[in-house]
Design a protein around this ligand. Structure first.
Ligand code: ADP
Ligand code: ZN
Length: 721
């Protein structure tokens, strides 16, 4: 090959041709460095026929500079990158970037230097050094990462290294990971579990694309089943990717993995340290990493020998990425498995309607685990109608729920109260003038957090202290909290059951692996009587002594009214209910609601999941919503309201007129101000037969906007705000 076409990491010039100098060997997928003007850019050699661009005359071609010492991106991954860019209306460059993961790792292995405290503490310290020493206890990372951790400048830390307070540690980036042992602790499976495991193992042995939907009730041992598939892939020398929706779940998962395979898996998520990231990337690319547990970004890495993908809690909405490339990791996992010709397992107790439909159509093979493992029974569910069983004034828990809580406490059993709202109260206002505390950057109220004594925006992170007096009218002590968050519920429990030991579990309180581990240990050792938590506690955990789950406000998720509100409410409540009665003692679930006859609440009460899915499917069919029709949204944003509005109007004015495509808007988005940007939205509803992406591309491509305007396309959106 003397002339090559590159996909270049440059938004303006993504496709460029180069000459391959004598003696250099490249092939499609090779990662190379090329000259671009006076600078150098990274590029990936691509099949020219798949990458449209202008032919440059032979004489004007510049020579590649070097080939980086990593294996070429394999063809199935290149095809996946193309597919994603095409399907989600994203640029190839932005998708390909996710495959490279760590630019630094491309430079090869070798070593990196991290620093840690020497333990020496001089008698006199500057306040900054003292703070750094306090913050960095037990940490080891690069200077830059430590500086971020400690909240001091890198200069301060370099000074400390010079003074002998920090010492360098050389980290070998290619040091091997310990080998997982498929036979380390093999479980005895129930007949149902064994049948499921056998299907997976058969699929791995016969190779080829095989999508499975593992539909098992909470506590049925889905993890145990797919671990057998993982074991088989390991035996065959193939790599496995297990996607988890939330880093908070990994702690629990890691322990189970280690108990089963004798060693921890390789981790991939956004908060890895740079040395960990480089090491993991290199081991994934070389094939050395056997099992990777990752967040959704792990889907794009260049595995050398991928043999199986598992998506656990596959219904989770957090698999949908809502910025940058707006993809759904659950769907992309299936597409990747197809390009790689391998099996993929979607595991869930509450599958997404889309997945159920694909199983019904015979495209996914559905595997059922209808019973809990070990004879545990599913919890008994009861509805508390808040219209007739009212909590006391200023309280949120109905008398029946309070009575059940008391009984659990007396019996030494655990309870879980679920409310998907962080903080103390979602709205604070002035009793005197009615002033409401609003975020300056977003269309949102500030949420009071009493534990940290702040008012915070849950969209942009804006925070202020809680003032003594109203900033509007100046009256002192006049602020009232409206509505409950988990902290307020915890206060109520504290008043009702003064002797109960209470844990508040949210992303505010459980914000590190260490804190999560601490919580799990405390709960397992029965040091906690009542857990009050957000959706963070709805899944994954297995506390045998937990016998009561109270859903504080089942109607909360139904309010927004987007097309998945019913399904999401069903999933959340079914998952949190699934925490009850997992041991020998039966579980009880009380659901507080003002709409006991809403279909989703009735389905939860009767346990009639199938008719709920059927009703939900009917409603979606009528609305031409997924999976029967398709939605897309175009979100236009700018810091100046007028710019966003004008751009949205321009898009609206050039809308295509097609019989099977309905276009709504533009209109201000429900969250019309987000992180300081004004937002307008158009919604597109199309029949499945319409070439939605093609239509959108043709529509938007000729339009030009001012530089401050951003236009994002969201295909199959989950968020309608
Ligand atoms: P799910 O993910 O389906 O809710 P889990 O995989 O968490 O269920 O299993 C529930 C509990 O039962 C876990 O503590 C798990 O270790 C245990 N368990 C499931 N299957 C087996 C088995 N075959 N042998 C031993 N323990 C099992
Ligand atoms: Zn905000």
């Amino acid at each position: 090959m003397s002339r090559v076409r590159l996909l270049v990491f440059n938004q303006a010039l993504p496709v460029l041709d180069y000459r391959v100098p004598d003696g250099m060997v490249v092939e499609p997928g090779s990662v190379v460095v090329a000259p671009l003007g006076p600078r150098q850019v990274l590029g990936i050699v691509w099949e020219p026929e798949r990458l449209p661009g202008d032919q440059v005359a032979e004489s004007r071609l510049r020579a590649l500079i070097e080939v980086l010492p990593v294996p070429p991106l394999p063809a199935p991954l290149r095809r996946l990158i193309e597919w994603i860019a095409d399907y989600y209306c994203a640029s190839l460059t932005s998708v390909a970037r996710m495959a490279l993961g760590s630019a630094a790792a491309l430079r090869g292995g070798g070593t990196m230097t991290e620093y840690r405290l020497t333990g020496e503490v001089p008698a006199r310290l500057t306040p900054q050094r003292a703070a750094a020493i306090e913050a960095l206890e037990g940490e080891q990372a690069t200077i830059r990462e430590l500086a971020e951790k400690a909240g001091v400048s890198e200069g301060v830390l370099r000074g400390m290294a010079g003074a002998g307070l920090l010492e360098p540690v050389v980290v070998d980036l290619d040091r091997p990971y310990p080998r997982a042992r498929p036979e380390f602790a093999e479980p005895v499976l129930s007949p149902d579990q064994q049948a499921a495991a056998d299907r997976f193992i058969g699929a791995i042995r016969s190779a080829g694309f095989r999508p499975f939907l593992l539909d098992g009730v909470t506590g049925s041992g889905k993890t145990e089943c797919y671990f057998e598939a993982v074991a088989e892939a390991i035996r065959r020398g193939e790599q496995v990717l297990v996607l988890l929706p939330e880093i908070a779940l990994t702690e629990n998962f890691l322990r189970r993995f280690e108990a089963r395979f004798g060693v921890p898996p390789v981790l991939w998520h956004s908060s890895l340290k740079s040395t960990e990231r480089r090491r993991a990337w290199r081991a994934i690319v070389s094939g050395e990493a056997q099992v990777v547990i990752g967040a959704r970004s792990a889907l794009f890495l260049p595995y050398a020998r991928l043999g199986l993908i598992v998506v656990d809690e596959a219904h989770e909405v957090s698999f949908k990425q809502d910025d940058g490339v707006r993809y759904n990791a659950r769907d992309v996992a299936v597409i990747r498995a197809r390009f790689e010709q391998i099996p993929v397992i979607l595991a869930s107790a509450t599958p997404a309607l889309e997945s159920m439909q694909l199983a019904e159509a015979g495209i996914y093979e559905k595997i059922d685990l209808p019973a809990r493992f070990g004879g545990a029974t599913l919890p008994h569910v009861e509805i508390v109608d808040l219209r007739s069983e009212q909590p006391e004034r200023g309280r949120w828990l109905a008398p029946r729920l309070v009575k059940e809580l008391k009984e659990r406490l007396e019996r030494g059993e655990q309870s879980l109260l679920f409310l998907n709202r962080r903080g103390y109260a979602p709205l604070t206002l002035c009793r005197n003038c009615g002033h409401r505390f609003q975020c300056p950057n977003c269309t949102a109220w500030l949420v009071e957090h009493r534990l940290s004594r702040r008012l915070a925006c849950h969209h942009c992170g804006h925070e202020t202290g809680i003032p003594e007096a109203c900033p509007e009218c100046g009256t002192a002590d006049c602020l009232v909290a409206c509505g409950p968050g988990v902290e307020r519920i915890a206060d109520e429990v504290r008043e009702l059951l003064p002797e109960a030991r209470i844990a508040v579990v949210t992303s505010d309180t459980l914000n590190s692996p260490a804190k999560i581990a601490e919580f799990v240990e405390a709960a397992e050792n029965r040091m906690i009587d009542v857990i009050v938590g957000t959706q963070l506690v709805t899944k994954g955990y297995h506390f045998p002594e937990l016998t009561l789950v109270g859903v504080v406000d089942a109607d909360l998720g139904l309010e927004g009214g987007d097309l998945r509100a019913g399904e999401r409410t069903y999933q959340q409540i079914a998952q949190v209910a699934g925490r009850a009665g997992r041991g020998e003692k039966p579980g009880e679930v009380l659901i507080q609601t003002r709409h006991p006859d809403a279909p989703v609440i009735e389905a939860l009460a009767s346990g009639d999941r199938d008719s709920f899915y059927a009703a939900e499917a009917e409603a979606r069919r009528d609305a031409m919503a997924p999976p029967f029709g398709r939605w897309a949204s175009i979100i236009v944003s700018a810091e100046e309201e007028a710019e966003a509005r004008d751009a949205a109007r321009a898009i609206g004015a050039s809308r295509p007129d097609l019989p099977d495509v309905l276009i709504l808007g533009p209109a201000p988005a429900p969250l019309s101000l987000l992180r300081g940007r004004y937002r307008y939205r158009l919604l597109i509803n199309a029949r499945r037969s319409a070439e939605l992406q093609h239509v959108i591309r043709q529509w938007l491509e000729p339009l030009r906007f001012s530089r401050d305007v951003r236009v994002a396309v969201d295909i199959d959106p989950y968020s309608f705000v």
